[in-house]
Design a protein. Structure first.
Length: 86
């Protein structure tokens, strides 16, 4: 694989071994501007090594939110568990 395209296991291994690596999540409501998000990352000097659409079903929505926002104070106090659609 090149540094421009990696499959998911390669990208995960890179993130685990690179302290400066980050994972960017573009939410479904922003799907229409996903290309703009990619351009912004690249304009800031970043490189997208792997891109993949993921379907998050209702049963997994809360767990996904808690994993993505782990460590944020509001996740336990200002979070609605199924009371509102994600």
């Amino acid at each position: 694989a090149t540094m421009d395209t990696m499959d998911a296991p390669e990208a995960l291994a890179f993130c685990r071994s690179s302290p400066g690596a980050v994972v960017v999540t573009v939410w479904p409501t922003a799907r229409a501007v996903a290309d703009k998000a990619r351009s912004w990352i690249e304009d800031c000097g970043g490189r997208v090594l792997h891109s993949q659409e993921v379907t998050i079903r209702r049963r997994g929505a809360v767990a996904t939110m808690m994993a993505l926002y782990h460590g944020e104070d509001w996740i336990h106090s200002n979070f609605w568990y199924g009371e509102s659609p994600l």
